[in-house]
Design a protein around this ligand. Structure first.
Ligand SMILES: [Zn+2]
Length: 272
C-alpha cells in the first residue's frame, strides 16, 4: 500500500515532467474507483496548463489553474508517465493526456484510489479540509501532538494513524517511528508526556525522510517502464518482522492487532 513516502516520491518523479505542460484530454476507462470519477472531467482538463504538483497527506494535487485534479493511490494505485500509443492494460483506469504526447497513467487493480476534480474558488475539498499538519512541516511538533492528545485514551499507534492528528502517517511508519522513539504502541496517548512527544515527532520525521530518500533512486522509473515506479522495498526495523530478532537487542519482535491492522514492536526496546 502506498504510504506518504511513496506518494511524495511519485510527486517528485512526476512534477518535472508535468509542470508547464498543457493537457489535451483525459480518458476514463473505469469510473468505479473508491468514489466515482466525475463525469465531464475531460472538459475541465482539456487545454489547461499544469501549474504545480503538490501533496497533502497521501493526496496528490495537480494544479490546473481553473481547479485541481486530486489523485489518491488507494491501496494499490500507481501513477507514471508513458509515451503516446502505449496500450493500456486491464487495470489502467485513467489517463491524463498531455499535448506533448505523453500520458500520465493511473493503474489501480484494487480500485480504492481516487480521481477527483476541485474547482478553484470553492471551499477546500471535504477530503482535505480536516487533515492534520504535514509531518515534514514546521506545523508538526511534539507540542502539537501533546496538545491534541490530552483527552485521547486510544493507543498512541492508532492516534498517530489518525489523519486529523497528523497527515499521512500510515501503519508502517507509525510502527517504525514508535520503535525508533522506544515508545510502546499500546500506551494510551494521553499518558505520554511532552518530552516523549518531542521524541516521537522527531522520529516520525526521521523515518519518513529516510524512506523518501530511499525512494529517490526510483525517480527515473516514472517515465516509460511498466508502472512499477513509485514503490520501493524499505528495510524496516520492526514492520513485517514478527518473531524475528530485534536489530537492537535480539528479543523476538512481537506482532499484535490494533484497529484491525498489524503492529510490530520490541517488548524490551519499547518500554517507555
Ligand atoms: Zn529490542
Amino acid at each position: 500500500m502506498p504510504e506518504l513516502p511513496e506518494v511524495e516520491t511519485t510527486r517528485r518523479g512526476l512534477a518535472p515532467h508535468l509542470v508547464g505542460q498543457r493537457i489535451s484530454t483525459a480518458v476514463v476507462r473505469n469510473a468505479a474507483l473508491r468514489l466515482p470519477v466525475p463525469r465531464g472531467l475531460a472538459k475541465h482538463l482539456a487545454g489547461a496548463t499544469i501549474r504545480n504538483v503538490d501533496r497533502r497527506g497521501k493526496y496528490l494535487l495537480i494544479d490546473c489553474g481553473s481547479g485541481t485534479l486530486i489523485v489518491h493511490l488507494g491501496m494499490s494505485g500507481r501513477l507514471w508517465l508513458v509515451e503516446a500509443g502505449t496500450a493500456p492494460q486491464t487495470h489502467d483506469h485513467f489517463d491524463l493526456v498531455l499535448e506533448n504526447g505523453r500520458i500520465v497513467r493511473l493503474r489501480d487493480p484494487r480500485r480504492f484510489g481516487l480521481v477527483l476534480w476541485h474547482d478553484r474558488g470553492s471551499a477546500e475539498h471535504a477530503l482535505l479540509a480536516s487533515i492534520g499538519p504535514e509531518p515534514l512541516s514546521s506545523a508538526f511538533s511534539g507540542e502539537w501532538l501533546y496538545d491534541v492528545t490530552r483527552n485521547r485514551a486510544a493507543a498512541i499507534k492508532l492516534v498517530l494513524m489518525d489523519s486529523h492528528v497528523v497527515a499521512g502517517v500510515g501503519n508502517i511508519y507509525a510502527s517504525e517511528a514508535l520503535f525508533r522513539a522506544g515508545v510502546n504502541p499500546k500506551l494510551a496517548a494521553r499518558r505520554i508526556g511532552r518530552g516523549r512527544y518531542d521524541l516521537i515527532a522527531e522520529k516520525i520525521r526521521e523515518t519518513l525522510e529516510a524512506a523518501i530518500q530511499a525512494g529517490g533512486s526510483t525517480l527515473r522509473d516514472f517515465v516509460g517502464g511498466d508502472g512499477r515506479a513509485g514503490y520501493f522495498q524499505n528495510e524496516h526495523l520492526v514492520y513485517g518482522r514478527g518473531g524475528e530478532p530485534c536489530l537492537t537487542c535480539g528479543t523476538a519482535i512481537r506482532e499484535l492487532r490494533q484497529g484491525q491492522r498489524s503492529t510490530f514492536y520490541c517488548p524490551v526496546c519499547q518500554r517507555r
